[in-house]
Design a protein around this ligand. Structure first.
Ligand code: MF3
Ligand code: CO
Length: 253
């Protein structure tokens, strides 16, 4: 069984810097997310910002399935749950787009995701996006020493399902460090007082994907794009956090 690599103060500082760059890249993208912009334009802006800071995109060329991911960002529009490829597709008024950004800086990774709304979005879709953000916050509220990962998943699942939404099961949060994906696996559902007991120095992501309809997913022929089985929208937010003596620190903000 792989083990969890606890991080010391120096390593946490490096993770903080990598994740702050991710957060800054979201702020740079924000002014460009408008009707008419293409996903590939957003990708180029993000890549230039990351490289100018002396870091490199983490997802570009990443190939756990044998097919290298082609972009710096994942850009997941409407019914795309995650791992959307930044193509020439242009955003339109009423779309939502989940942008996931990973960087590697001085040997450590940063990873976060934010769902933007494009112009005027239908109220029921806006409520989905708001709930996905609240689900991330509810999960993070359970992150403290002595708490358990099942508490995190349970908080997310309870909130999402209380509003009739589906929680995606096939994709999870994960430890982060000198590798993009480390132990532990962070599920976005679960039972209270179950699972891994949290300790200071643990660094991981929480990244719930919340679907308006069914939680079921499908993988497209490009081997990356994950969509909802019913074609209804999905929204995602992600932070990388470190467990501290007092609770947790969000590194990616
Ligand atoms: N935040 C997602 C994850 O950590 C994004 C992965 S994109 C990929 O799994 F291209 F690297 F797969
Ligand atoms: Co992640």
């Amino acid at each position: 069984m792989a083990r969890i690599i606890l991080k010391n103060a120096r390593e946490i500082e490096a993770l903080r810097r990598a994740n702050h760059l991710v957060a800054e890249t979201f702020r740079v993208l924000e002014e460009h997310v408008r009707p008419g912009v293409s996903l590939s334009e957003l990708d180029r802006i993000a890549e230039e910002h990351i490289r100018a800071a002396g870091a490199e995109p983490a997802y570009k060329g990443y190939a756990p399935n044998g097919v290298p991911f082609p972009g710096t960002i994942c850009a997941s529009v409407n019914e795309v749950i995650c791992h959307g490829i930044p193509t020439a597709r242009r955003l339109r008024e009423g779309d939502i787009v989940g942008v996931d950004i990973g960087v590697r800086m001085d040997g450590f990774y940063g990873d976060a995701c934010y769902t933007y709304t494009v112009g005027n979005v239908a109220p029921h879709v806006r409520k989905l996006v708001d709930t996905a953000r609240e689900c991330l916050n509810a999960g993070l509220a359970a992150v403290k020493p002595g708490g358990r990962l099942g508490d995190v998943g349970h908080a997310i699942q309870t909130l999402a399902e209380s509003r009739g939404y589906g929680v995606v099961r096939e994709y999870t949060g994960h430890g982060v460090g000198r590798r993009l994906h480390e132990e532990p696996t962070v599920y976005h559902w679960g039972r209270p007082n179950s699972g891994l007991r949290l300790e200071p120095g643990m660094v991981f992501t929480v990244e719930p994907m919340i679907n308006l309809g069914t939680p079921k997913t499908e993988l497209l022929d490009d081997h990356w794009t994950v969509v909802t089985a019913d074609g209804k929208p999905s929204a995602q937010f992600e932070h990388t956090i470190v467990v501290t003596d007092a609770g947790h620190e969000i590194l990616s903000q």
